[in-house]
Ligand binder design. Structure first.
Ligand code: AMP
Ligand code: GLY
Length: 426
């Protein structure tokens, strides 16, 4: 089977790497990929342009297209490929609204009776502020549309909320994506990422993962696209994972079918585990980045086989197998990330940084004068595997004994919450 992976980040590098291990996939092509994905054939394409993707697929003749990022899904790339008879893994434009419109996701959840924070949707900043004040000020303000994971503002009081509302709705920080906002109740608890392969009503959950969204150690600083991840989560009981499947993932998949938008792809629920049970903070219509970088190395099942089964409506026959142990991913970011990442810094130590327990996936990387240089905010993903989270974490940080670039920064506490919680339990 020839597989075409669309996208250019660390998630897509991890997908390509996992697909290449698949017995079912003879050839893996990345479009456009990035210069750090050595060993893969790479072809240029604008992944968000359905016509361009279809033209590429006609040329390459893949047996399967795997869509990594959200933008092409929201633009209808899967619909365009399907219409031309190309098998594509990822939801339709309609189904991907669970991610591309937070307002739609909220309404869907309400109909499906899936627990979520108290919230309101606003088109006018004054109305939003009035509600925030009536609720005591502490809240989360979110852009309705896609904002690369940076569109949520956790506000401690009405003054912070006012600033967030002004930057989204009046100054247009994320353009049209932020003209409409969702304002919601602030929830306390442990945050987890629950991803599942979904085809219509059939839901096959993966092990749970935890993202590290804030820029700095101790969950401080602004929200980012994700600074690290860990999986599985030994401190979260199996009964909670089961509750997430029964009360979140399955009802959501059913509600999408009832909406005439059956979901085929990876459904990702970002959840807060509150005292009243899991509540949904957001949905994504794809693998998380950097969650994919820890989940895929742990997956023992043949990835291409699983994706193909989903495309062919055979997901109900799939039982996922997982390797024992844990994986930790630490994102190395460029100076200035997330606002204005510095580009063009030479990356050293990438020649052969991986031992058997270590991997490096590349994201914001390009080639200049024969050398790999930084080309984006999240530059590299160091991934370590081990018998438990502690061992995986040690393996991960060893990557940075060799790999470096000017201005490189990363969180030093990835997996720390898991270790603390396991310590407290044990
Ligand atoms: P989102 O883009 O909706 O995933 O939000 C980004 C991050 O903001 C989440 O990963 C949480 O850490 C935080 N967040 C979002 N919504 C809430 C909420 N209602 N209560 C507390 N934290 C939240
Ligand atoms: N890790 C969060 C995301 O992929 O949106």
């Amino acid at each position: 089977m020839r597989v075409l992976v669309l996208g250019s980040g660390g998630r897509e590098h991890a997908l390509a790497w996992a697909l290449r291990r698949s017995a079912a996939a003879q050839e893996v092509i990345c479009a456009p990929g990035n210069a750090g994905m050595r060993g893969f054939r790479r072809l240029p394409v604008d992944v968000s342009d359905p016509a361009a993707v279809v033209a590429l697929a006609r040329e390459v003749q893949p047996d399967l297209v795997v869509v990594g990022p959200e933008e092409p899904l929201a633009r209808g790339v899967v619909d365009a490929l399907t219409a031309c008879g190309v098998r594509a893994f990822g939801p339709s434009q309609r189904a991907s609204r669970v991610e591309s419109s937070k307002a739609y996701a909220k309404q869907l959840l309400r109909r499906a009776r899936v627990p979520q924070p108290e919230h309101r949707i606003f088109d006018r900043a004054e109305d939003a502020l009035r509600w925030v004040r009536s609720q005591g000020g502490r809240c989360v303000v979110k852009a309705d549309g896609l904002a690369a994971g940076k569109g949520a503002f956790v506000c401690q009081d009405a003054r912070e909320a006012q600033a967030a509302l002004a930057s989204l709705m009046l100054e247009g920080k994320f353009g049209e994506a932020g003209r409409r906002v969702v304002v919601e109740e602030y929830l306390e608890g442990e945050e987890v990422s629950a991803l599942a392969f979904v085809d219509g009503e059939c839901v096959v959950p993966m092990v749970l993962a935890q993202d590290h969204k804030r820029l700095l150690d101790g969950d401080r600083g602004p929200n980012t696209g994700g600074m690290g991840a860990v999986a599985p989560l030994p401190h979260v009981p199996a009964s909670v994972a089961e509750a997430i499947r029964r009360h979140v993932l399955e009802p959501t998949a059913r509600a999408l079918c009832e909406d005439g938008a059956p979901f085929r792809g990876v459904l990702y629920a970002g959840l807060m585990l509150t005292r009243e049970g899991p509540k949904v903070l957001e949905f994504n219509a794809r693998f998380g980045d950097p969650e994919a970088q820890v989940l895929l190395p742990l997956l023992d099942s043949d990835l291409a086989g699983v994706l193909l089964a989903a495309c062919e409506g055979r997901l109900d026959s799939v039982r996922l197998r997982w390797r024992s142990g844990a994986a930790v991913c630490v994102v190395a970011a460029a100076a200035g990330y997330p606002d204005a990442p510095a580009k063009g810094q030479v990356i050293e130590g990438l020649e052969d940084p991986s031992g058997t327990d270590r991997l490096v996936f590349c994201a914001g990387v390009e080639e200049r004068d024969g050398r790999l240089v930084t080309a984006g905010g999240r530059v590299l993903n160091a991934v370590g595997l081990g018998q438990d989270v502690q061992a995986a974490r040690e393996a991960t940080y060893r990557v940075f004994e060799r790999v470096r670039f000017d201005g490189m920064h990363y969180r030093t506490d990835v997996g720390g919450r898991v270790l603390e919680a396991v310590g407290a339990q044990g």
